[in-house]
Design a protein around this ligand. Structure first.
Ligand code: NAI
Length: 286
C-alpha cells in the first residue's frame, strides 16, 4: 500500500508545503491537504479551474492528485476554543470542522490512518516589528500559530499514525543566529519548534514509533515570506555567501522531506536538517 500524507499549510503553489506535496506524490504517496480557512475558497477554486495544472506536473509527466482538501485553522484545537468574532466571520462561516481535533476526526473517518504529517505553516502578526518592540499579544500569537500548532497537530494525529510514520516541520535559522528583520517573536517561535522537535521525537518515538524532524530551509519567495518584506535581500545574500551560490528551489526542500518521510530515514529523528545551500555553515559573509 502507498503511504498517506497530511500536509498542513498549503494555500497556493508557491510555498514549501506545495513542493513537499509534489515530492511525496512523486514517490507514490496519497496527498491530503490542510488549508487555512480564510484561504480555502481561492485555493479550491483555483485548483478546480486548472490554475495549478502546470505546477501539478510530476517528473513522470502525470499530474499530482490531491485526494482531499480539509479546511484548517491550526490555532484552534477544538470548537470550544473558537471566539465569537471568528465564528461569525464570513470567511469562516462557509466551512465547518476546521479545528485541529475536528480535522483529525474527519481524516480518521474518511481514511482511518495516515503515515506522514507535514507542518508547513507559520504566522506572526508582528513579524515586521523588532523583538524589542513586540507586544505580548504578537509574541504569543506567533508561538501559537507557528510552534504550538505543530504540537497540537502531532498530539491529535499521532494516535492515527501507522507505526514507522514520520512528521516534518519547517524551521528557519533565525532560531539560532541573529537575522535582523525576522521579528515579532518569529525567531523565538522557530527556537521553540526546534526544541520541541527533540522532545516530541522522544515522546512520539516511544509511544507511537513515529519520527519527528524539522527542515531548516533557506529563503524562498513564498507568499508568507513576501509578507515579511526582506525575502529578496535574503535570497541575494544566500547566493552571494552560501557554499553553493545558486538560488534554492522549493523542490530541493520537497525532496529532502520525502527522504525524511521514507524508510530510507528510518533512524533519523529529533533532527534539524539544513536544506539551505550550506549557508548555515558560514561564519562570515564573503
Ligand atoms: P506559505 O505561505 O506557502 O505557507 C504558509 C502557510 O501557512 C499558508 O498557506 C497559510 O495559509 C498557512 N497558515 C497561516 N496561519 C495558519 C493557521 N492558523 N492555520 C492553518 N494554516 C495557516 O509560505 P512558506 O514560506 O512556504 O512557509 C511554510 C513554512 O516554511 C513555514 O513554517 C515557514 O516559516 C517555513 N520557512 C520558510 C522560509 C522561506 O523563506 N519562505 C524559510 C525557512 C522556513
Amino acid at each position: 500500500r502507498g503511504k498517506r500524507a497530511f500536509i498542513a499549510g498549503v494555500a497556493d503553489d508557491n510555498g514549501y508545503g506545495w513542493a513537499i506535496a509534489k515530492s511525496l506524490a512523486a514517490a507514490g504517496a496519497e496527498i491530503l491537504l490542510g488549508t487555512w480557512v480564510p484561504a480555502l475558497n481561492i485555493f479550491e477554486s483555483s485548483l478546480r479551474r486548472g490554475k495549478f495544472d502546470e505546477s501539478r506536473k510530476l517528473p513522470d509527466g502525470s499530474l499530482m492528485e490531491i485526494t482531499k482538501v480539509y479546511p484548517l485553522d491550526a490555532v484552534f484545537d477544538n470548537p470550544d476554543d473558537v471566539p465569537e468574532d471568528i465564528k461569525s466571520n464570513k470567511r469562516y462561516l462557509g466551512s465547518s470542522k476546521w479545528t485541529v481535533k475536528e480535522v483529525v476526526e474527519s481524516v480518521k473517518q474518511d481514511f482511518g490512518s495516515i503515515d506522514i504529517l507535514v507542518h508547513s505553516l507559520a504566522n506572526g502578526p508582528e513579524v515586521v516589528k523588532p523583538l524589542l518592540e513586540t507586544s505580548r499579544y504578537g509574541y504569543l500569537a506567533a508561538i501559537s500559530a507557528s510552534s504550538y500548532s505543530f504540537i497540537s497537530l502531532l498530539q491529535h494525529f499521532a494516535p492515527i499514525m501507522n507505526p514507522g510514520g514520520a512528521s516534518i516541520s519547517l524551521t528557519y535559522i533565525a532560531s539560532e543566529r541573529i537575522i535582523p528583520g525576522y521579528g515579532g517573536g518569529m525567531s523565538s517561535a522557530k527556537a521553540a519548534l526546534e526544541s520541541d522537535t527533540r522532545v516530541l521525537a522522544f515522546e512520539a518515538g516511544r509511544k507511537h514509533r513515529v519520527r519527528v524532524n524539522t527542515i531548516s530551509a533557506g529563503p524562498l519567495r513564498s507568499r508568507a515570506a513576501k509578507a515579511i518584506g526582506f525575502i529578496d535581500m535574503m535570497i541575494d545574500y544566500s547566493s552571494a555567501n552560501a557554499p553553493l551560490p545558486k538560488e534554492l528551489s522549493a523542490e530541493e526542500v520537497g525532496n529532502v522531506a520525502a527522504f525524511l518521510a521514507s524508510p530510507l530515514a528510518s533512524a533519523i529523528t529529533g533532527s534539524v536538517v539544513y536544506v539551505d545551500n550550506g549557508l548555515n555553515a558560514m561564519g562570515v559573509g564573503v
